[in-house]
Design a binder for this molecule. Structure first.
Ligand code: CP
Length: 308
């Protein structure tokens, strides 16, 4: 099998077979990161550009590490140090990068649809590293890989996603992916943080997080996206954390072997209490980061024609 796609723009557009194929490929790359010499020649001669218009620690770094472990050349461009700061448009930037013949452009942008626009304008493969509040497909893939590793399956699991669903591209991509893979999704968050179309996404919506996490196999906590809120949509962080912070008290409602996930960066004491975040018997937050390198290696490999 090969990934018959030029780009990876979202989880909404890919099939269960394609998700499984990407995850199996990522599995085969996991071991490389444990070697003393963490490098294989698979993508030697390929060039990957990381074009980041928004801040990132995990995604940008793991794309760069993934490319380097496959021996590709990587170039990192951030909006603040590029000609974007002089007013250059996204399309002009992309066309200029295209003229330098890279193989893949990885883009993060605050505007939903920016990667799709690029994909329609340039011949290179485009990977969406997060577009506004729309999708973050590589995060959902690494989350699915983590769940599969920890639980042995996704089908039939009860997965609770808690917090700022409306502004979360992580939640949207995971809801698309996890429902396709057969999980039962429950969500809870303040009414002002739930998208209008949420009932149509095939998930159960609750006002109280306690109802959403009862009996859960997996709890995925979300960061409040203060940077995407146009107005104050909840009274205070204190009130938010009283209702939606995962702590020792409410986690007892989930299954005994529940795993706790968070895409990062975490707001300690706001959406997750520090003792839960740091309890490695339940928290798989750093496992998620670890899987991120393997998933991104798989995607770079598959989109750069590595299967050939
Ligand atoms: N999970 C995630 O996207 O983290 P960064 O914003 O640090 O890339």
């Amino acid at each position: 099998m090969k990934l018959n796609k030029k780009d990876l723009l979202g989880i909404k557009d890919i099939s269960v077979e394609e998700i499984n194929f990407i995850l199996e490929t990522a599995d085969s790359f996991l071991e490389i990161s444990t070697r003393e010499i963490k490098k294989v020649p698979t993508l030697r001669g390929k060039t990957i550009i990381n074009l980041f218009y928004e801040a990132s620690t995990r995604t940008r770094t793991s794309f760069e590490i993934a490319a380097k472990r496959l021996s590709a050349d990587t170039i990192n461009i951030s909006a603040s140090t590029s000609s974007v700061a002089k007013g250059e448009t996204l399309i002009d930037t992309a066309r200029n990068l295209e003229a330098m013949n890279p193989d893949i452009i990885v883009i993060r942008h605050s505007a939903a649809g920016a990667p799709h626009l690029l994909a329609s304008q340039v011949k290179q493969s485009i990977i969406n590293a997060g577009d506004g509040a729309h999708e973050h497909p590589t995060q959902a893939l690494l989350d699915m890989m983590t769940i599969k590793e920890k639980k042995g399956k996704i089908n039939g699991l009860k997965i609770a996603i808690i917090g700022d669903i409306a502004h979360s591209r992580v939640a949207r991509s995971n809801i698309y992916g996890l429902t396709k893979m057969g999980a039962q999704i429950t969500v809870a968050g303040p009414a002002t943080m739930l998208p209008r179309d949420i009932e149509q996404m095939g998930i159960k919506v609750y006002d109280k997080m306690q109802e959403a996490i009862t009996g859960a196999d997996v709890i995925m906590m979300l960061r409040i996206q203060l940077e995407r809120e146009k107005q104050n949509i909840f009274p205070s962080l204190r009130e938010y954390s009283q209702r939606f912070c995962l702590n020792r008290g409410n986690i007892a409602l989930a299954k005994k072997d529940v795993i706790v996930m968070h895409p990062g960066p975490i707001n300690r004491g706001v959406e997750i209490s520090p003792d839960i975040a740091d309890d490695l018997t339940q928290s798989v937050i750093l496992d998620q980061v670890n899987k991120g390198v393997a998933v991104r290696m798989a995607l770079l490999f598959l989109l750069a024609g590595g299967h050939e």
